[in-house]
Design a protein around this ligand. Structure first.
Ligand SMILES: *Cc1c(COP(=O)(O)O)cnc(C)c1O
Length: 335
């Protein structure tokens, strides 16, 4: 297991997963099955028309030995919203919650010491064997929960990220940005690969269609300027990160002024020099951004290093997740 946390993120799995099927009318009983295979009809709706959504959340081992899931109900709720947006049957929240808790209980001994964690990946797919349903929903579905043992993203030290600011294209189709669905990642991939090829050193693309600063391929963006934390207000264009929400709450508790509003690329570039910037998401928690590339020009964010405020906010969240700080917002489910 100590070995597992040194493998690339998301490649080491618990040997079993939980799975339930929807037959068009009702959900089956939950089964525990091997996690290295899935039987699907080659015409399954998901394989052709991308009827799929997922979640990503983490469980941490606390100092008292208990296993603590971070913001379980918020992730279940988001999965339900994604399912509805895709005309897939939402897994009942009680069922999904029990699937996650029972599976974690079974693999309790695999949950590593913090800041390593057990990453939980609930997934919902349309399974109806019909290639004739390009414009109709899948009547059947499957929901499964995979567990992956993950290390600390920062074990190699904190390195400031470089973002290419893309001011023409968005990452997701109109209105789909807030849905955690496979097609969004597939369609953004070309732009991310091109950015890395054309600008060596680029880590991520900051999608800012028509100058509207939204997010990167899998993380939300925030700017810290003095005691202000600026990030885009929630709308349908981007993913409503639960880490984003947690960081905003922690920053508010610490006295930051939170500005949830539109931020355009002109303002971003004007403020960058005396600001910090960061990306938030379950996998990386909060990662500092040191450089923006805009129209081929490099723009340093602050001094180009990971900011002190970013590190402090990150630490406050990690301490809470790992059970070192008090869970004053009721974000933790202990099992
Ligand atoms: C999952 C995800 C995030 C981060 O969400 P969290 O709930 O914080 O993990 C941000 N943007 C995209 C596109 C994502 O897929």
């Amino acid at each position: 297991m100590n070995q597992a946390i040194h493998q690339p993120f998301g490649t080491v799995f618990a040997p079993t997963m939980s799975l339930a099927r929807y037959d068009g009318e009702a959900w089956s009983a939950v089964e525990i099955v091997a996690s290295d295979r899935l039987e699907l009809h080659p015409a399954a709706h998901v394989l052709h028309y991308a009827s799929t959504c997922f979640e990503g959340l983490k469980a941490y081992r606390h100092p008292d030995g208990s296993v603590a899931v971070f913001r379980l109900n918020d992730h279940i709720k988001r999965m339900e919203n994604s399912a509805k947006a895709l005309s897939l049957p939402p897994p009942p929240s009680d069922m999904l919650e029990q699937m996650i808790i029972d599976l974690l209980d079974e693999h309790r001994s695999l949950v590593p010491e913090a800041p390593a964690a057990m990453y939980i990946r609930p997934t919902l797919i349309g399974t109806e064997p019909s290639i004739g349903k390009a414009a109709a929903p899948s009547s059947t579905a499957m929901c499964f929960v995979l567990l992956s043992i993950v290390g600390d993203y920062f074990s190699g030290g904190v390195r400031p990220l470089t973002l290419l600011v893309e001011d023409r294209f968005g990452r997701a189709a109109e209105g789909m940005g807030r849905v955690k669905t496979g097609a969004n990642y597939a369609s953004a991939l070309r732009m991310i690969i091109d950015a890395r090829e054309q600008h060596p050193g680029v880590d991520q693309v900051l999608f800012s269609p028509n100058g509207d600063v939204q997010e990167t391929g899998a993380a939300n963006f925030m700017l810290i300027n003095g005691d202000r934390l600026i990030t885009k207000a929630l709308d349908d264009s981007f993913l409503h990160g639960i880490t984003r929400d947690s960081i905003l709450q922690i920053a508010r508790d610490q006295g930051y002024r939170i500005e949830e509003r539109e931020l355009d690329t002109d303002e971003l570039l004007a403020l960058a020099g005396d600001s910090e910037a960061a990306l938030s998401g379950t996998a990386a928690v909060l990662s500092g951004v040191g450089t923006l590339i805009f129209s081929g020009e490099k723009v340093a964010v602050g001094n180009g290093k990971v900011g002190e405020k970013t590190l402090a906010l990150r630490q406050a969240l990690v301490d809470l997740q790992a059970g070192i700080a008090n869970d004053r917002h009721g974000w933790i489910t202990r099992i």
